[in-house]
Design a protein around this ligand. Structure first.
Ligand code: 2P0
Length: 348
């Protein structure tokens, strides 16, 4: 019987506080602006992936996500497989005694511990875990930076899930994408009392995919160029300083205005893209009320390409933020609040 080679890993979800929106090269997933995110704890939202290969496997590569077979013929998945196989092949060419894993079919098995289609950055954790699982299987001497360059080609935001804590993605300038990689701004331990709650307004699959939405925004929004070329570069600096100085008010303010700016360019897209709904806007009002009552900014909202809110706050304000959300909204249909963990709610 032929041997089966196997490796497993997990990768967490990341939630951007400076948003990636726009591609200058859709094939390589090269962005029009840098971005910055917070990687959630592995105990919260994560993808667990096992990669295996064997000469005895049927000839096609396969991917099973939460028990369902996925199409791996897409250019993005193929790019990840191709790059990782090429790196393995280099090792095999150098050392003839290594088993020829690069020539064996791959079997990937992934499980998310959260609703996949809920707009909760499942592709970020998914591609980060896929790339690292195969890199481990192939025993590649690749750094997280190298892996981020590969994962980016699967899904842009995935490059940021290769690092923990506070993570930047440098847009880069090279045409081949060689300098469009993630980097760690600070480890999670630098600011350990940071907390996030995710309010799952709707677990339905999003109406407009990120890729399509971005392309339409770049092509039609008149606000877009100022955001990509002026606003975001300035905010990237402010955000890195806020993290370095553990300045929550600055972190929170920049997070909220960048989310607003991203959704403004979506609204300014033609035809317009609406990711926020009435429940999302109610969440913004609650954050405003919390901050007004505190007399300072103790909570920040941010929204990705969907209506679900992520609220950042510090542990010492748990009662005033997470507690108040539960009181204000917990009883309403369509809301579910649980610290650090997304829970599916009725559709709003
Ligand atoms: C982000 N989003 O920075 C932004 C904020 C959504 C809004 O990255 O086409 O799934 O796979 O590169 O990474 C979602 O876009 O897009 C995203 P692709 P991706 O997190």
């Amino acid at each position: 019987m032929s041997e089966i080679y196997r490796a497993s890993t997990t990768a967490p979800v990341n939630i951007a506080v400076i948003k990636y929106w726009g591609k200058r090269d859709p094939k390589l997933n090269l962005p029009t602006n840098s971005s910055l995110s917070v990687t959630l704890s592995q105990n919260d939202l994560r993808t667990h992936t096992t990669a295996s290969c064997s000469p005895s496997y049927p000839s096609e590569d396969t991917l099973l996500l939460n028990g369902s077979p996925q199409d791996v013929s897409g250019a993005r998945t193929q790019a990840c497989f191709r790059e990782l196989r090429a790196l393995r092949k280099e090792l095999e060419d150098k050392d003839g005694s290594l088993p020829k894993l690069s020539s064996y079919p791959l079997k990937i098995v992934s499980e998310n511990n959260f609703p996949t289609a809920a707009g909760l950055a499942s592709s970020a954790a998914g591609f980060a875990a896929l790339v690292r699982a195969i890199a481990n299987l192939y025993e590649l001497p690749a750094s997280p930076t190298d892996l981020s360059r590969i994962a980016r080609q699967g899904s842009g935001s995935a490059c940021r899930s290769l690092f923990g804590g506070y993570v930047g993605w440098e847009q880069g300038t090279a045409q081949d994408g060689s300098d469009s990689v993630a980097f760690q701004v600070a480890p999670a331990s630098h600011w350990p009392n940071m907390r996030a709650i995710i309010l799952v307004v709707s677990a339905a699959k999003k109406g407009v995919s990120s890729t399509t939405g971005m392309q339409t925004t770049v092509a039609t929004s008149s606000l877009f160029s100022a955001r990509a070329n002026e606003t975001v570069p300035r905010r990237m600096k402010e955000m890195q300083e806020a993290v370095q100085n553990k300045d929550f008010e600055s972190f929170a303010k920049t997070t909220m205005v960048d989310s607003n700016s991203f959704h403004a360019t979506c609204l300014d897209t033609y035809p317009p893209i609406f990711y926020l709904n009435d429940v999302s806007r109610a969440a913004i009002k609650v954050v405003e009320a919390i901050n007004a009552a505190a007399g300072k900014i103790i909570a920040a909202y941010t929204f990705d390409a969907g209506p679900n809110a992520v609220i950042y706050y510090l542990e010492e304000n748990e009662k005033d933020v997470a507690g108040l959300f539960k009181v204000a909204l917990g009883e309403k249909e369509g809301w579910a609040v649980q610290r650090g963990e997304a829970v599916q709610a009725n559709s709003a």
